[in-house]
Design a protein around this ligand. Structure first.
Ligand SMILES: C[S@@+](CC[C@H](N)C(=O)[O-])C[C@H]1O[C@@H](n2cnc3c(N)ncnc32)[C@H](O)[C@@H]1O
Length: 266
C-alpha cells in the first residue's frame, strides 16, 4: 500500500466523482434506522446531523427523512459538486472534518463519517465532534470493506483485478479493511454492529463505473500508461458472466460495519 498519499486530494477529478455518485453502493434503510434508533436511546431530538467525508452524499441523504437538517461536509469540491441539490433539508459544504467553524458548539445530534474516517486526522476529528455534539448526542463511524459476488466465476475476476490495484491504495485503507476493529471510540458508552449487508445488482458497465470511482485505479493507471485495465476487466467479466449463464447482471454484497458511541450527558 502507498505511503504519503494526500488524502484530501484523492477525489479531484470530475469523472471519478461522477462515477462515485452513480456506481457506489447505496446504504440501506436498515443501517440509517439502526443509527437513528441508537441516537434516540440518549436523545429524543433529531434536529441536526453532520456527515463528514460525505462524498456525493450517499451517506448523508438517508438521514434526511429522520433529521430536520443534515449537513454533508467534504474536502473535495468535485465530490460535493456531485451531491444532490434538490433535497430541501440537506446542505453540502466543502470543508475539513476537523474544522467546522460554521457549526455552533453543542448543537449537533449526530456526527457521522461513512467510508471515510480512515482518511481523516482522527484525534482532531474526534475533538471537533466533541465540540459540536450536544450532551447525549451520537457519533457514528460506518462503511464497508471489499464486496463479494454470489457467482464464483465473477468473484474470481473481481478478486484478480482488485488485487492488481490493491498496492496503490493509501496505507490508511488497511484500517477500513480491518473494519476499524482497533479504533477506540471517544466515549465509553459505545457499541458496534457487523450484521447489516448491502446487496446490489451490477452490470459490467456499472462495475466498471465502480472501479473508476476508486483512487487506486487512478494511481494504477498513471503507473501503467500502456495497459487498458478497464477494457481487460470488462472483457474478462463479460466472459465469466457468459460462462456462468448469469444473464446481464450479478449480485454484489458488502458487509457493513457500524461503530457508535453516545457523548455523556454531563
Ligand atoms: C470513500 S469517500 C466516502 C463518501 C461517502 N461518505 C460514502 O459513504 O460513500 C471518502 C471521502 O472522504 C473525503 N475526505 C477525505 N479526507 C477528508 C477530510 N479531512 N475532511 C473531509 N472530507 C475528507 C474525500 O474527499 C472523499 O469524498
Amino acid at each position: 500500500m502507498s505511503d504519503n498519499v494526500d488524502k484530501t486530494k484523492m477525489y479531484v477529478d470530475q469523472e471519478q466523482s461522477k462515477a462515485y455518485a452513480d456506481n457506489r453502493p447505496r446504504y440501506t434503510d436498515e443501517m440509517f434506522q439502526a443509527i437513528v434508533d441508537y441516537c434516540k436511546e440518549t436523545n429524543p431530538n433529531l434536529n441536526l446531523a453532520v456527515d463528514v467525508g460525505c462524498g456525493p452524499g450517499m451517506s448523508t441523504l438517508g438521514f434526511a427523512k429522520y433529521f430536520k437538517k443534515v449537513i454533508g461536509v467534504d474536502v473535495s469540491e468535485t465530490q460535493v459538486a456531485c451531491a444532490p441539490k434538490d433535497v430541501p433539508n440537506c446542505e453540502f459544504k466543502v470543508g475539513y472534518s476537523d474544522k467546522l467553524p460554521f457549526i455552533k458548539s453543542g448543537t449537533v445530534d449526530l456526527f457521522c463519517s461513512g467510508e471515510s474516517f480512515n482518511l481523516m486526522p482522527q484525534k482532531e476529528t474526534f475533538a471537533e465532534a466533541d465540540r459540536v455534539l450536544k450532551p447525549g448526542g451520537t457519533i457514528a463511524i460506518f462503511g464497508y470493506d471489499v464486496p463479494s459476488s454470489d457467482t464464483p466465476a465473477v468473484q474470481d475476476v473481481i478478486q484478480k483485478y482488485g488485487l492488481k490495484i490493491f498496492p496503490f491504495y493509501p496505507k490508511e485503507t488497511a484500517q477500513l479493511l480491518d473494519r476499524f476493529r482497533g479504533l477506540k471510540m471517544p466515549y465509553t458508552d459505545a457499541t458496534r454492529n457487523d450484521d447489516i449487508k448491502i446487496s446490489m445488482k451490477y452490470t459490467v458497465k456499472e462495475y466498471i463505473g465502480f472501479m473508476k470511482s476508486t483512487w487506486a485505479l487512478r494511481a494504477y493507471s498513471e503507473a501503467h500508461p500502456d495497459e487498458d485495465f478497464l477494457a481487460d476487466l470488462s472483457k474478462e467479466l463479460t466472459e465469466a458472466m457468459e460462462k456462468a449463464g448469469s444473464g446481464l447482471d450479478y449480485t454484489l454484497t458488502w458487509n457493513l460495519f457500524l461503530l457508535m458511541a453516545h457523548k455523556p450527558k454531563n
